[in-house]
Design a protein around this ligand. Structure first.
Ligand SMILES: CC(C)(COP(=O)(O)OP(=O)(O)OC[C@H]1O[C@@H](n2cnc3c(N)ncnc32)[C@H](O)[C@@H]1OP(=O)(O)O)[C@@H](O)C(=O)NCCC(=O)NCCS
Length: 180
């Protein structure tokens, strides 16, 4: 527990904690940053404050097929991003990984560590067998963070998504099997 927030997975520089209602302001600011949103689905979509609060308030119900975490910076004990596994299918043992960080926290290795922590949780606690993730081709940092964590490219949808500044780009599909 850090400042009233239970931490679920502890890491070296970041940890994964429970998302609190007080994180709504952070989410509202970061998810509406065009640079953060550029490589997420529905670019150009605006997110409203009440939606963030609703989303947080419904996370408990969503646990039926998803888990979402606040990515917490250990030094500052501040939230720097969100990582989640959604579309969990317990009979297949599969789930889809997604994440984003506030811009000020990019390039510090935080996504790489958060993906490692979330993968450990999915394989070690949820007993999932396989994780997948889809990344737009120009999103080099995201692809590298997945590859560093043992994800492998397993296919692509060619020229599938429109990304501002790049036109239509491939959706690169990644997968990681729990092979321990
Ligand atoms: C993608 C994102 C999560 C990466 O987070 P991050 O904490 O900056 O990533 P890391 O610091 O762990 O870096 C991962 C790798 O990418 C490299 N990298 C970081 N920024 C980069 C950039 N702009 N261009 C190229 N490589 C980059 C790092 O050097 C590192 O590789 P290395 O270990 O070989 O040095 C972050 O940029 C983000 O939130 N983007 C917007 C939302 C998004 O794209 N989410 C993912 C959708 S699939």
């Amino acid at each position: 527990m850090e400042n009233g927030r239970p931490l679920i997975v502890l890491g070296r520089r970041v940890s994964l904690g429970i998302i609190l209602e007080s994180d709504a302001t952070f989410l509202f600011k970061v998810i509406n940053d065009p640079e953060v949103h550029r490589y997420l689905s529905n670019p150009g979509r605006m997110f409203y404050e009440y939606e963030e609060l609703d989303w947080i308030r419904n996370l408990g119900k969503r646990e039926v097929d998803s888990r979402h975490f606040a990515i917490m910076e250990n030094n500052s004990q501040k939230i720097v991003g969100v990582i989640g596994v959604r579309e969990i299918n317990f009979s297949n043992g599969s789930g889809v990984l997604g994440y984003f960080l506030e811009k000020d926290s990019w390039g510090k290795g935080y996504a790489s560590e958060a993906i490692s922590l979330a993968s450990d949780f999915c394989f070690g606690t949820l007993n999932l067998r396989k994780l997948t993730s889809a990344v737009f081709e120009p999103n080099t940092a995201s692809k590298k963070a997945l590859i560093k964590n043992g994800f492998r490219e397993c296919g692509r949808y060619r020229k599938h998504s429109f990304v501002r500044g790049h036109g239509f780009v491939d959706d690169v599909l990644f997968e990681k099997l729990n092979e321990q």
